[in-house]
Design a protein around this ligand. Structure first.
Ligand code: UTP
Length: 325
């Protein structure tokens, strides 16, 4: 089975970080987002991947080539015209065997064993309360998908499409994508994969669902931080420093420096970063960043950034109240 991973998007919601790094290379829980995705896929026995690159594609290619030895084809999407367009661009790399499409900004708890032997295509779904910002599937009483709707404004289903698709028959997907392009079918200005899958359904292709419980988005600062918390709960490192207090779970890279500080809980301190005279919790301090004299919470500090806070000098009389909150 080949994995198709689209990572060409600009990542506007994660600016300013994505001004200098593609979203998939942002550090979460001690490793780039794409590193988590590839490690999970390799663990699940996937040996071939197509990575669709665009924005800052050289950095993505360099990272993958220097860290992974699985067979990877890089395909270029020149303009981000939507997920459907991205997958269409990759169609030359489709094999006759099944495909697994996995979004480049989502980390999944993945167990492919129930999926691998399926004769029909499957869409990963999760029940959500408010489906209006997702694509959703409408299923019949046999669990087969009748209809797919991108970002429904009236409630038709609360089974949200989470960004993981098993395509049993790549040739039919290819046909549907070609049709999407030819007929210029767009929703909200973009070529949507959901619309291509709807075309497949209309051609008689059968689809069912599989439930995904562990699904961690990295597309916005607050979701990147919540995914960081989830990963640290799973992979916390144990490290001590002579003049610092470490409150697990944390990830502290072997060559990070911590001095006279309290780190954690839920803090990633990446390669070459240093934290001095500070209290940092629920935050990501990226490669080579330096934080000094600071109190940080729910913060993302980019690679090689420098943050210097200050200590207050107070002369406060009896029975006074100072409250910075
Ligand atoms: P998003 O919808 O999150 O877009 O794409 P984005 O550009 O990454 O981020 P924002 O919305 O500007 O903040 C979900 C996944 O699909 C890929 C993205 O790279 C991301 O991994 N994608 C999206 C493409 O590869 N090409 C596209 O045209 C659209």
């Amino acid at each position: 089975m080949r994995a198709i991973i689209p990572v060409a998007g600009v990542g506007t919601r994660l600016r300013p970080h994505t001004y200098s790094l593609p979203k998939v290379l942002l550090n979460v829980g001690g490793k780039p987002i794409l590193g988590h995705i590839l490690d999970t896929l390799i663990e699940q026995g996937i040996t071939k991947a197509t990575i669709i690159t665009g924005y800052m594609r050289k950095l993505v290619e360099e990272y993958v080539r220097s860290h992974y030895s699985i067979e990877v084809d890089f395909v270029k999407q020149d303009v981000s015209l939507g997920l459907g367009h991205a997958i269409w661009v990759a169609n030359e790399t489709f094999d006759s065997e099944p495909l697994l499409i996995i979004l480049g900004d989502t980390i999944f708890d993945l167990d492919l064993s129930p999926v691998k032997d399926s004769k029909i295509s499957l869409i990963g779904v999760k029940e959500v309360e408010d489906p209006r910002r997702f694509g959703v599937v409408v299923t019949n009483k046999h669990g087969r998908i009748d209809r797919l709707v991108e970002k429904p404004q009236t409630p038709v289903s609360n089974l949200a499409i989470v960004g993981l698709y098993y395509i049993a028959n790549p040739d039919i997907l290819k046909e549907a994508l070609v049709e999407l392009m030819k007929k210029d079918i767009k929703t909200q200005g973009e070529y949507q994969l959901t619309d291509a899958l709807q075309v497949m359904l209309e051609k008689g292709e059968e689809f069912s669902t599989f439930t995904i419980d562990g699904w961690y988005d990295c597309g916005k600062p607050e979701t990147l931080l919540s995914t960081n918390r989830y990963l640290l709960d799973k992979y916390s490192t144990i490290k001590t420093f002579p003049d610092a207090v470490i409150v697990p779970p944390v990830f502290i890279a072997p060559n990070a420096t911590i001095e006279r500080s309290v780190i954690g809980p839920y803090t990633t301190v990446a390669d070459g970063a240093s934290v001095v005279d500070s209290v940092v919790r629920d935050s990501i301090i990226s490669d080579g960043a330096m934080v000094t004299s600071s109190l940080l919470e729910m913060s993302i500090i980019g690679n090689n950034a420098y943050v210097r806070g200050n200590f207050n000098k107070l002369n406060v009389g009896n029975s006074s109240e100072i409250n910075y909150g």
